[in-house]
Design a protein around this ligand. Sequence first.
Ligand code: COA
Length: 322
Amino acid sequence: MIYSRIAGTGRYLPEKTLTNADLENMVETSDEWIQTRTGIRQRHVASEDELTSDLCVEAAKAALDSADVTAEDIDAIFVGTTSPDLIFPNIATIIQHKMGIPACPCYATEAACTGFVYAISAADKFIRCGDLKNVLVIGAEIITKLIDWNDRDTCVLFGDGAGAVVLQPSDEPGIISTHLGADGEYKELLYYPVGVSNDLAAAGLGDSRIMMSGNDVFKVAVKTLSSIAQEALDANGLTIDDLDWLIPHQANLRIIQATAKRVGLSMDKVVQTVQIHGNTSAASIPLALDVAVRDGRIKPGQLLLFDAFGGGFTWGSVLLRF
Ligand code: COA
């Protein structure tokens, strides 16, 4: 039996940070409001000339180094993002070219904040089939370029960044199981109103913004994140006590706390980066993973659970041994 396992991790965050104090000068808000309602203290914001693929390349280089492989070894790229450089070609092909990776399948998945979990689940299936040996999987976002900086409901929440992993085949898990889902019924609660076949002319005019019903999103997020965490454990005959680390999508500290409470997990076992990264959408889980791997909290052999939720709604969990 072939499984896939994470052989290396990496991350990249744009240099510029935007603190809550900076936002106080931009909209009617306060550090106290933002921290109390979201837990967020700061977020990273890409510069004008930085592209999502640039963030991906830096995160990927770090992941390749930690997996001890080179660009020539990579035989497929999977990227989860909602903020690609261009409509086409897809961002994975741009990364492939920038990194000098030999011609290979290049996939881009758009599943909002669940993008990385969708991407790693697909990559896992290819490796299990025996088709691929060194797969680069990236979650990345320059979501701040979609932000209306006058809209205090959303501008305080989001940030930019990229996280990457190298997946390799293994005789033992590795990834134990993945559990994906989506329900388009909830589109109206969280969406961006411009696309190729819908009002593309509005793009660039600066009059589009993220549409979000914060309270409703909050409730469905907590319910979904806790039920898919439980689904992954149940599917493998495990309980929450078996888990070493929960790595949830980092949208809001209160969502994370409520999810942990519902599944009966102490916050000591939850990797939290929302305070310093904000909501980086598809990048949030691989960013948090890399932080906790590099600071020594996550150790080889430990049982981890990725738990993601985003616009669509989309959702997904991944149970794995690191
Ligand atoms: N600063 C100060 N006040 C703000 C504010 C801001 N940045 N944004 C909203 N407010 C105000 C509202 O206008 C409202 O004022 P009112 O009572 O006078 O009408 C008040 O704060 C409370 O707003 P409410 O929306 O009820 O706050 P909340 O506790 O639900 O927190 C969110 C708002 C957005 C932080 C919260 O709902 C949330 O995080 N939802 C999930 C969003 C999310 O994670 N999206 C991505 C999912 S992947």
